[in-house]
Design a protein around this ligand. Sequence first.
Ligand SMILES: *Cc1c(COP(=O)(O)O)cnc(C)c1O
Length: 469
Amino acid sequence: MSLDPTDWNDYRKQAHKVLDDCIDHLENVQNNPWQPIDSQTKNDLAPKLPKSGASDHDIAELLTKTVLPTATGNIHPKFFGWVHGTGLTSGLMAEIVAATMNSNCGGRDHGATYMERCVIDWAREIFDFPEDASGLLTVGTSQASIIALACARSKLFGTDIRHKGVSDLPKVKAYCRTGTHSCISKALELMGHGSDCIVDIPTLGPSGSMDIGILKDAVQKDRSDGFLPLAVVGTAGSVNTGAFDDLDALADFCTEEDIWLHVDGAFGAWTKIAEAPWSELAKGIERSDSVAFDFHKWMSVQYDCGAVLVRDGDLHYNTFANRPAYLAKQAKGLGGGDLWFCDFGTDLSRGFRALKVWTAFQAHGLDAFSSAITENCKQAAYMAELVEHSDHLELAAPVVSNVCVFRVLNSENAFNSELVHKLQEDGACVFSTTTIDGKTLIRAAIVNHRTQMQDIESVINAVIEALEK
Ligand SMILES: *Cc1c(COP(=O)(O)O)cnc(C)c1O
């Protein structure tokens, strides 16, 4: 039995209706902030396993009336929580085509493979990686980090490790700035080294870089104690404060010591395409052995899409390639093609992520992203200015890129988080919170191409108004 419509005309009508409702939602995005989900909707979102289906009309209603209003709200211009990308109208079109094609992008000879290769080439160009570097689109930076650190391990121990496992290996250490994203510890846990192998290197202030002097001493001591350095993980854009490590200094040190330099550039790597002075923040990223970054954060591409670039493309291939007979490369036909992306990561079946990235660049052009990213940095600086001029608020760390952290003067920790919850629930704006030195901070990470300067004023005013009430 085919699952296709019996009445294509009706399907067409309903699908057009869904599209129109989605476009209405986007056009009126400023009226669609996150709102708490009521219990009726929670039930509607989790019905009993359906034994029989519904009409296209009912499905269209369900999608647009029940599901659409329950969004996270990160497409709203006053959303600054965590680091959530905003999405693109071009992405909506791309996703319709991707869903229609339903390509499996693990390999074989079809359009998606050429397009992913193109997108990786563009990323190589942006981050100044050499032509023989390899790359892969991933779920996000978390998956990209696992792939990158697995490559680092192949470099250190050889690709035999794939068969022999880790039990007989010497103990390794990985060096990260304090506050490095948790995806690095998860990667090391999965790889069997355990997150205890992470050596936390303090930073020069909350918005400063990793202290290289302490890093040098730690590596020297660990080496003399018989540990092997697996990698130094540099951060381009830290979660808490948007801080950057001095990547050139890390690259100098890693070259000297022959240690793999991985850069977590989830959002911050993209300052590379911003205007000066922000374009200087990620200087040296081009010297890293691997870099992980997201298209779904600051580049606004629809979820999910991250990427990894690995300088030594052969090593990357040899760390993951494994083609049993049923996947053997064919001389021609659909099973041909000289580049199969399943050879560069853990996933065989893969969605068509390249299309939404490719469409984003084609639709808007690099310059528009450069301006949007520059603008977000200016907005974070402006927010800091407003905070500093307020009698109620204090800035918690200098703003270096697009993250602004502050708190209410002379307040308890809980007061700050309650304020954030209230603003979210009112639909006024979304900040998230973090903790530095035991203090709860209100945090804005601005990666939002819809945000205008007046939104920055309006959210700080909303904070102050909520305080005065
Ligand atoms: C978001 C983020 C990650 C994790 O990336 P995902 O795409 O969510 O997997 C890692 N590092 C930093 C600095 C991040 O902001």
